[in-house]
Design a protein around this ligand. Structure first.
Ligand code: 5GP
Ligand code: MN
Length: 339
């Protein structure tokens, strides 16, 4: 972030403001961790801050300090709209295009508040007054740590802030294994542990909270796994009926796509999840190396994200979506085999 921008933001935060902090729709660990981490920091500045999420998030994120204070736009629209219209500053975290907030888009777009983006996704839109956008970053949580450091206030990072930021770095780096993890990421995480983040407890809350139903659903997902060796690609499908059979709850399919990517010789993986309520198929894409699933998703599935992790959707039914995906693969044969 530009030094000049930091100085201006520092000046802004000297007096109490009405602040709203927003993550993307269907928030993940990095989205909730970064918004709550920033929230706790702003409270220390005696700011009137509030996190408003577009919608609900998985139970395994609900242990985070401050979580119960989060407003959900889809079920608390009136209160949220009032806060957004009265806000002096809106922070948008872990996304870079307002349409990633779903039904909140209009309220955010029409708000007169000064907007500050902190985000690590590719190809940011141009809606923010101040932009801290860096696609090389492991996570938005690492960026919030940097942001606080740039403001010269690392000393304010306490157990609450540390726990939230640690959780987001942990989840967005796939437990520190994705290539975006750097030695700096580890230094930041080390500092967060020194400031009170309990890494073992956080790991348990996020990863060792499985329901029996979720494990059974994983079993079904794995038995649906299909491999296309000539394209070094593996895919998983889950229909709405299968989700219903195992009492699907938000977050239950988190990480399933990584099992497809973990197969030997596979560098491209996809999971197709039917969403009957919204009449779409939600798609998660993962890759290894330089094959950009961000580009792939933008080109074919109305989505985007990072080089190695992206999401998208299809308006076709599940079977046709998968057929369409398979029909696209030959165009990428060279790219997939030259990795
Ligand atoms: P996931 O597959 O876990 O939902 O998302 C993987 C990455 O892609 C995340 O960083 C997420 O924010 C991003 N992403 C997921 N869905 C979309 C989408 O529809 N559009 C864009 N631009 N990014 C997405
Ligand atoms: Mn993220």
């Amino acid at each position: 972030m530009k030094k000049d921008d930091i100085l201006k933001i520092k000046q802004l935060l000297k007096t109490p403001k009405q602040i709203v902090i927003v993550p993307h729709k269907n928030p993940d660990g990095d989205a909730i961790g970064s918004t709550l981490g920033l929230y706790h920091y702003l409270l220390k500045h005696k700011q009137n801050a509030r996190v408003i999420a577009p919608n609900d998030y998985p139970d395994f994120l609900k242990w985070m300090p401050g979580e119960s204070e989060i407003l959900k736009y889809d079920s608390q629209k009136e209160e949220s709209d009032t806060l957004i219209s009265q806000a002096d500053i809106i922070f948008t975290l872990d996304f870079n295009a307002l349409n990633r907030t779903g039904d909140m888009e209009e309220a955010l777009a029409t708000s007169k508040a000064l907007k500050i983006m902190i985000d690590h996704h590719q190809q940011p839109d141009n809606y923010a007054t101040y932009m801290y956008s860096d696609v090389s970053m492991s996570s938005t949580c690492e960026m919030v740590y940097n942001f606080i450091e740039m403001l010269g206030e690392k000393n304010l990072i306490d157990k609450n802030i540390s726990s939230c930021l640690y959780a987001g770095i942990l989840t967005d780096t796939g437990s520190f294994r994705f290539p975006s993890t750097t030695s700096r990421t580890h230094q930041v995480v080390g500092d967060l542990i020194d400031n009170g983040a309990n890494h073992s407890e956080i790991h348990n809350q996020i990863f060792d909270n499985n329901s029996y139903d979720r494990m059974q659903l994983l079993g079904r997902a794995l038995s649906n796994l299909k491999v296309f060796p000539e394209y070094r690609t593996a895919i998983i499908t889950l229909s709405q009926d299968e989700l219903n059979e195992f009492n699907y709850k938000k977050g239950d399919t988190e990480g399933f796509v990584n099992y497809a990517l973990s197969l030997n010789n596979i560098i491209f993986a996809a999971i197709f999840i039917e969403d009957a309520q919204n009449n779409i198929v939600k798609i998660s894409l993962r890759s290894k190396g330089n094959f950009s699933v961000n580009e792939f998703s933008r080109a074919h599935f109305e989505g985007g994200g990072h080089t190695n992790a992206a999401g998208g959707k299809s308006n076709l039914d599940l079977k046709s979506t998968v057929e369409n995906f398979i029909s696209i693969l030959p165009r990428y044969k060279n790219a997939l085999n030259n990795e």
